[in-house]
Ligand binder design. Structure first.
Ligand code: AMP
Length: 221
């Protein structure tokens, strides 16, 4: 990993991936590329594409592979991604993982991290999750912003995500098992997979992630 890390972070939605990915990308000094964040930005901008994406997202469905692949390919072509990248929420299907190999080369991914959290805990976290509608910062019913559901960071309104309804959550978890879980084998077959326990405080989980990443960097020289 001497030329800058190229990481893929897998894991069920609600496993605390978003927050940890931001921290890990800072630690590694590489851009955090979240397909979910990119899609939410398009929804917010009100583009035609954003409206189409919203219909899938609100139902907990996956955006079609060819659409997501176009977005990711454009993003990886931006200059900052030559330093490396941390992909959050992509790939989510085997088609996407194979296409990623084609985009960056089959040996270019250094590490795939799977943040492992039991389904019951994920369900609990997703239903209590709240996010800032302006900057996307994460909160929860247990850890709300300091003042009246107003974001501590930017003053935006803190709300429940429109795709955090019970039916959409259930659909996303089913799709995870069906489409995304097979990627664990995909990356493990390539000796790239590290499973990290995602249960614990954010600092505890971050410590585990850093340990795994540092180990991978040392062994890659
Ligand atoms: P996330 O923020 O990663 O939880 O993603 C939110 C939603 O965006 C997902 O439930 C999907 O509808 C859509 N999405 C994000 N990434 C992808 C992807 N790689 N492939 C298909 N749909 C995606």
């Amino acid at each position: 990993m001497t030329r800058g890390a190229r990481l893929v972070v897998l894991g069920k939605q609600g496993a605390g991936k978003g927050t940890q990915c931001v921290r890990l990308s800072h630690y590694l000094a590489v851009p955090h590329i979240s397909t979910g964040d990119m899609l939410r930005a398009a929804v917010k901008a009100g583009t035609e594409f954003g409206q189409l994406a919203k219909a899938y997202m609100d139902r907990g469905e996956l955006i079609p592979d060819d659409v997501i692949l176009g977005i990711v390919e454009d993003r990886l072509a931006e200059p900052d991604a030559t330093r490396g990248f941390l992909l959050d929420g992509f790939p989510r299907t085997t088609v996407q993982a194979k296409a990623l190999d084609e985009m960056v080369g089959p040996k270019a991914i250094d590490l795939a991290l799977d943040l492992e959290v039991p389904t019951e805990l994920v369900l609990q976290r997703l239903s209590s999750r709240r996010v800032c509608s302006t900057c996307g910062a994460n909160y929860s019913l247990e850890v709300p912003p300091k003042l009246n559901w107003t974001c501590d960071l930017c003053g935006g309104e803190v709300v429940q995500r429109p795709d955090d309804t019970e039916s959409a959550i259930r659909r996303r978890l089913d799709l995870y098992e069906e489409s995304t879980a097979p990627l664990l084998e995909f990356y493990s077959d390539r000796n790239l997979l590290s499973v990290v326990d995602g249960v614990g405080t954010p600092d505890e989980v971050m410590e585990r992630l850093v340990e795994v990443v540092d180990r991978a960097r040392t062994s890659a020289g």
